[in-house]
Design a protein around this ligand. Sequence first.
Ligand code: PLP
Length: 389
Amino acid sequence: LEGELEAIRGAGTWKSERVIASRQGPHLRLAGGGAGILNFCANNYLGLSSHPEVIRAAVEALEKFGAGLSSVRFICGTQSIHKDLEEKIAHFHQREDAILYASCFDANAGIFEALLTPEDAVLSDELNHASIIDGIRLCKANKYRYKHMDMQDLEAKLKEAQKHRLRLVATDGAFSMDGDIAPLREICQLAQKYDALVFIDECHATGFLGPSGRGTDELLGVMDKVTIINSTLGKALGGAAGGYTTGPKPLIDLLRQRSRPYLFSNSLPPAVVGCASKALDLLMESNAIAQSMAAKTQRFRSKMTAAGFTISGKDHPICPVMLGDARLASVMAEDMLNRGIYVIGFSYPVVPKGKARIRVQISAVHSDEDIDRCVEAFTEVGRKHGALP
Ligand code: PLP
């Protein structure tokens, strides 16, 4: 093991964890010092992780329903709040039903094996999230991997997959490393042409993409064409934990019978259910929070572009500042922290070689001043390290 650990360090891919001593939010205190750090690397897109009403809802659920169920759902682990939240999720996405999991990782791990047989086929974008890749590994269907968002390649693979009983196209709605959005309209057209179902992972879209924050399918006008949605409660929707599948009722019924991470893992704790449920209420009352996040994203993207940086993706709060060189990304991220701004550099193998970047994530609770301070720091640090002229 020591040798293996050394090899990871030697390869420069060691992931260290910074310890936060405050709540999640735009301003953090780090353990052992560092107060007032501006945080630009959480998936807290709507700033609900520490929203007072979300916290209150968690406390109330904890008081009323206890710390946890000490059980899986089908034994004695289903409370009224679990059923209410499932109904709320299905309503939010305008789908027939929904099923909760301990995480979206579990939802992705559980769906393909339960749904697909060796007679079926799954066609997966090559840059899909690790949990989709693992879920697909667990199933016995025939596997096709198409080039990232390449519709010609997807069509070729769909033609090849015609020999199978059922075809499922699986894609992230928004891809977390590049902030780019799957061409769902084209995917759904191809799916219709070649008689396939469409599955999307909406972890980086639920709550804020589309006119009322329903996600990528709403943004691209294909809510009635996407069959299955998996998403998380651990990012925009309160940020505690939990995941779900929403879609046709028979599919959800089947998952309750067959999906292993659902059948053999504890029910979501009531406090966590309370957080997500309140987050959804807040979103369904008004989309002002999502709009405020979109305006701040626009501010950051346009100011950074004007400063001379290249920001990947379009209109998404994931704003990867493309730098190319891995060392440059790492020293710049370090220097940003020296200036009180917490951002993370990503390099190979997390992203392709030569495409190192610092990933900035915008939240509705960043102020305009926070955004401007971040851009100013990037400009200084970029000039210092030669990323800007
Ligand atoms: N899918 C995508 C695209 C993600 O980014 C993540 C989280 O990183 C997951 C699934 C897993 O979500 P959870 O944290 O709920 O397990």
